[in-house]
Design a protein around this ligand. Structure first.
Ligand SMILES: Nc1ncnc2c1ncn2[C@@H]1O[C@H](COP(=O)(O)OP(=O)(O)OP(=O)(O)O)[C@@H](O)[C@H]1O
Ligand SMILES: [Mg+2]
Length: 266
């Protein structure tokens, strides 16, 4: 069982070109729990995750991994922290030219694990956790979309991280395959004590797995709480999102009666 660690961001701000993406985000991701971050496409969920692992640096604010402030660390110091954080990327991003075994072994080799017997044992262990023992010598192109996600999950936990960040783990999967992924996230959380941060716009999955839920809107946290609190929210913008409705501003943008810089048809 790994030691649990919490993560925190405080007043996080990030601007790209002329767009403020994160506009002062303060969040605590409790140790050993599953926090689900929801929000419309483009609201900054992936940008937030990338700050948590030091792939992006904030313009302002702080990022904490347990008692270590990580946003100002050098790349070398970050390397030590990154070893303890698993990352499931939005595009599960397996290496097409490597077998399942070598895909999963990749982070181990990167972190200087060279003992082939140990490497083999670790790969087989995590592949077994995701129920795909028999695929070890296959190429990613021979696997289904759901299987590829599971291999990517195995790779995300092979270094026995204390925190795992999941970016859209169920997007593009049918309900049954999504449920397999939900169950794996729950299993990693409960049996390995991993602190989990899951970014998604899949509400079904969110309600299945979340201990704690967060809703981002226009670069800010507009709602935070349990699934029950989300279901009974009186916040109109949150309510709209949770009912799957478009906001008035989005509707206006799509219908073309709001100037967002896009060219309108004459
Ligand atoms: N490296 C970057 N450079 C410039 N702009 C970026 C960069 N990364 C993200 N953005 C912009 O930041 C905004 C938020 O992007 P982000 O990928 O975090 O959205 P998201 O909430 O994850 O959306 P989705 O649900 O579609 O994955 C977008 O407008 C995107 O174009
Ligand atoms: Mg994203």
């Amino acid at each position: 069982m790994s030691v649990q660690v919490d993560m925190r961001v405080s007043n996080l701000r990030k601007r790209f070109a002329r767009r403020d993406v994160l506009r002062g985000v303060t969040l605590d991701f409790p140790a050993g729990k599953i926090t689900v971050v929801l929000g419309a496409s483009g609201c900054g969920k992936s940008v937030l995750l990338k700050h948590l692992v030091g792939l992006l640096r904030p313009d302002r604010g702080e990022v904490w991994f347990g008692s270590t402030r990580i946003d100002k660390l050098s790349e070398r110091e970050l390397g030590i922290v990154r070893r303890q954080i698993g990352f499931l990327f939005q595009q599960s991003a397996l290496f097409d030219s490597l077998t399942v075994r070598e895909n999963i072994a990749f982070p181990l080799r990167e972190h200087e694990v060279h003992d082939e017997a140990l490497l083999d044992a670790k790969v087989k262990h995590v592949l077994n956790l995701v129920g795909l023992d028999e695929t070890i010598d296959q190429m990613p192109s021979e696997l289904s979309g759901g299987q590829r996600k599971r291999v990517a999950l195995a790779r995300a936990v092979v270094l026995e991280p204390r925190v795992v960040l999941y970016d859209e783990p169920t997007t593009g999967l049918d309900p049954i395959r999504s449920e397999v992924i939900n169950q794996l996230i729950l299993k990693f959380s409960q049996t390995l004590g991993i602190t989990s941060i899951v970014v998604t716009h899949d509400l079904v999955s969110a309600y299945r797995i979340a201990d704690h839920m967060v809703l981002l809107h226009e670069g800010k946290v507009i709602l935070e709480g349990t699934a029950e609190e989300f279901q009974s929210t009186t916040n109109p913008v949150a309510g709209q999102f949770l009912r799957g409705e478009l906001g008035a501003d989005e509707l206006a943008r799509i219908r073309g009666n709001r100037d967002d810089g896009a060219k309108r048809r004459p």
